[in-house]
Design a binder for this molecule. Structure first.
Ligand SMILES: [Fe+2]
Ligand SMILES: [Fe+2]
Length: 279
């Protein structure tokens, strides 16, 4: 199973530059081209939230147009820049957001790795939470399929990144309870988040947690006392999570890669069938 994670696409209306500089729509078009050029194609694309720069119907329609050429299915979870009502209006009844609940959470059960997609949004606020209702829903979903390998996805990372400029903007409430839940469910092979606009990996609740890169403007790794959050001129990227059913000698496992997006020089072939092709 190959799962592509895209995140923080911050799509805007046509011909608009976010912060006066970033054409987030063109950036997403490039990500779609990269995904469609993958060989083999992935099974699924997961968007870990902040679909639009500011959620409304017009921007979600624009997003839908941009991802329409994707050759594989895509599913969405909301971020703090998104708006549940507009998301429902554009995506409910589609396979992209299969939820009719008060919260936009759901389970994808059709792959070797089960995907539990959570809604960590607090309306009109930057930080997120998993309230008792959402934690209870997640607990039931984790109990549903005891030992099937599972990914838990949410927009707000439940861990601290060490980036001082973002320290108060992750998961405000429910993080400790989430860690406890995961400790009781060893089938969870990964927690996937977005929101920090750069790839970060850590241990969390007895498993591995990862925040995915953004397809548009990355945040810098600033760890100083001044608590600065910068947008930096690093390449955007997608993450690719490979479920290897037989990753001998360690057995099955989920391997995560980060693929930067840009116009690079042609690759230099080094080996083919294990034999050196350049001297
Ligand atoms: Fe974002
Ligand atoms: Fe966010």
């Amino acid at each position: 199973m190959i799962l592509v994670q895209i995140s923080d696409t911050h799509v805007d209306v046509s011909n608009s530059l976010v912060y006066g500089r970033f054409n987030t729509n063109t950036a997403l078009e490039k990500a779609v081209s990269v995904i469609n050029a993958m060989d083999p194609l992935p099974d699924l694309v997961l968007h870990t939230g902040d679909i639009a720069s500011r959620g409304n119907v017009e921007r979600y329609e624009r997003f839908r147009q941009i991802v329409d050429p994707l050759l594989v299915p895509i599913v969405l979870i909301p971020g703090n820049h998104d708006e549940r009502g507009a998301l429902r209006q554009v995506f409910s009844g589609t396979t992209m957001l299969p939820s009719n609940d008060e919260f936009l959470h759901y389970v994808i059960d059709s792959f070797p790795v089960r995907l539990i997609c959570c809604d960590s949004v607090i309306a009109d606020e930057t930080p997120g939470e998993l309230c008792p209702t959402r934690l209870s829903w997640l607990s039931d979903r984790l109990d549903d399929a005891g030992d099937q390998p599972t990914i838990v996805a949410l927009h707000h990372p439940p861990f601290y990144s060490g980036m001082t400029g973002t320290s108060a903007k992750g998961l405000l409430r429910g993080g400790l309870q989430l860690a406890e839940l995961l400790t009781q469910h060893p089938q969870v092979v990964r927690v996937l988040a977005g929101h920090i606009h750069r790839p970060i990996t850590t241990n969390f609740g007895g498993t591995i947690a990862f925040s995915g890169p953004t397809t548009c403007y990355p945040f810098g790794l600033d760890m100083g006392a001044e608590r600065v959050l910068n947008i930096v001129n690093e390449p955007p990227a997608i993450a690719i999570h490979l479920w290897l059913a037989d990753a001998s000698p360690t057995g099955p496992g989920l391997v995560s890669h980060v693929l930067p997006i840009g116009d690079w020089d042609e690759p230099v072939p080094l080996l083919r069938d294990g034999k050196r092709v350049v001297s």
